[in-house]
Design a protein around this ligand. Structure first.
Ligand SMILES: [Fe+2]
Length: 206
């Protein structure tokens, strides 16, 4: 028996990644860089492709007894050239149901996303963790083009250095939805300083 498990949904979906790649490079030409977590890369807010948004909504993990309504997705694109990485961070906002990332282009050695054990550093130095656990404090996932990951917004993550000669391209998102009539909207208004600090905007109702 395990308690307090951390859910992570890793899927593989079919999408026209060449088209997405072209759209993202075009987006980069006109939209400013907001490198919230990026070290040496590009993060472009409000990147939007309706078919991709629909794909993310359609694949959203869902309980059969609690169907989701009014799914909203906020997305931004990431380009990590050679040498770029992303610092450890989280997306926590009480209106987010899940966060996630979709991979458009992942050359070999262009980096892994690492999810950090939310139980914190105290756990990582204990004997039981060394014996039963992996003892390293994080779980790395090496995606490929078409990989779609959903994770809790409070789960810290980072991206290792791109050691390839090509760009690594992804689209990250925060997703909100209504399942109880209470929460169906991410507040990214100027009146919410925390959301503004998170930086990522763009609200798309599926
Ligand atoms: Fe992130």
């Amino acid at each position: 028996m395990n308690i307090f498990n951390t859910p992570l949904w890793v899927k593989h979906v079919d999408f026209d990644n060449d088209k997405l790649e072209e759209e993202i490079y075009n987006f980069q030409k006109t939209e400013p860089n907001h490198p919230y977590s990026s070290n040496g890369g590009y993060q472009g807010d409000l990147f939007y492709n309706k078919d991709w948004i629909d794909l993310v909504a359609a694949n959203c993990p869902m309980r059969e007894d609690k169907p989701l309504k009014n799914i909203m997705i906020y997305s931004w694109c990431n380009i990590n050239p050679t040498g770029a990485s992303n610092s450890r961070h989280l997306h926590a906002d009480t209106n987010i149901l899940l966060s996630g990332v979709y991979y458009v282009k992942v050359p070999k050695y262009s980096g892994a996303i690492r999810f950090w054990d939310p139980r914190g550093p105290l756990v990582h130095v204990q004997r039981d963790y060394e014996y039963f656990g992996d003892g390293i404090g994080y779980q790395a996932v090496e995606p490929e083009a078409g990989t779609l990951i959903y994770f809790p917004c409070w789960l810290e993550h980072d991206v290792t250095v791109n050691e390839s000669d090509e760009d690594r391209i992804s689209i990250a998102f925060n997703l909100s939805a209504d399942f109880d009539g209470k929460s169906n909207c991410l507040d990214i208004s100027e009146h919410n300083p925390f959301a503004q600090n998170q930086g990522h905007g763009g609200r798309y109702l599926v």
